[in-house]
Design a protein around this ligand. Sequence first.
Ligand SMILES: C[S@@+](CC[C@H](N)C(=O)[O-])C[C@H]1O[C@@H](n2cnc3c(N)ncnc32)[C@H](O)[C@@H]1O
Length: 278
Amino acid sequence: MSTIQPILESAIQLFPQLDSARLEAEVLLSHVLRVKRSYLYTWPHCLLTAHQISQFQALCQRRLQGEPIAYLIGHKEFWSLELQVTPATLIPRPETELLVEQALARLPIQSDAQVVDLGTGSGAIALAIARERPRCRVLATDNAPEALVIAQQNAQHLGLHQVQFQVSDWWQALDQVNAAVVVSNPPYIAITDPHLTQGDVRYEPRHALISGKDGLAAIRLLITQSLVHLEPKGWLLLEHGYNQAAAVKKLLTRQGYAMITTYPDLAGQPRVTGGQKP
Ligand SMILES: C[S@@+](CC[C@H](N)C(=O)[O-])C[C@H]1O[C@@H](n2cnc3c(N)ncnc32)[C@H](O)[C@@H]1O
């Protein structure tokens, strides 16, 4: 038997390499106890059961091996939405909120426009747009059915019933769909990129991350195919790697898009580029 405080302190010692050791230990322990983090400090002398201690220690060991904390606790916050995530989905990143902001900037508050999120994963982008623009018709697609199941559960849980889901290889199963705004955070890492062997991405689905030799295979395809489905004056908004903005702009220009602009994320990195169908 032990209480919260010593268990937490000993776990923090396990993660000396992590700046966020205390936060991570708190998140894992509050997940096991099914309480808010503040509970740990309000009730530091609360006794834990042997089962709770072993559950917590097992999670700490997995974290120590490098498993992302979002997979260990099964959820991640994005745009103030609590989203379920599993190893079938990418873990939504804060920088992707920029894509949501740019989509919303093109959708008046009462808009009932058709929006398509290609490669929705956990549903992060589609659900954030649906939350902010409740009259929009939002279609979320992915070619990974197991990811789409999670996205649908997230929509259900958040009561965002206006979002439709469709398994599709990019635009392939979407013949009849035209859209005013198309958003995508596609895979954009080159297969040889050394970052693939570091941090959280080691545990994320490879097909959600990698896109050919230069990381641009999916983006090339989306830029070409979306022209067929965009309404006149419709927008294509793409997230990309910090060093891909020039290449993405060039691809959009070659296909005849107008008003091509790149937007920086909170870290100042060029992260989203958009273009308008003439
Ligand atoms: C970088 S993840 C983005 C997930 C989510 N939109 C987000 O921002 O958190 C890319 C997504 O594209 C999906 N994807 C990869 N190839 C695809 C394809 N050919 N057609 C449709 N979706 C694809 C992956 O399954 C994955 O969910």
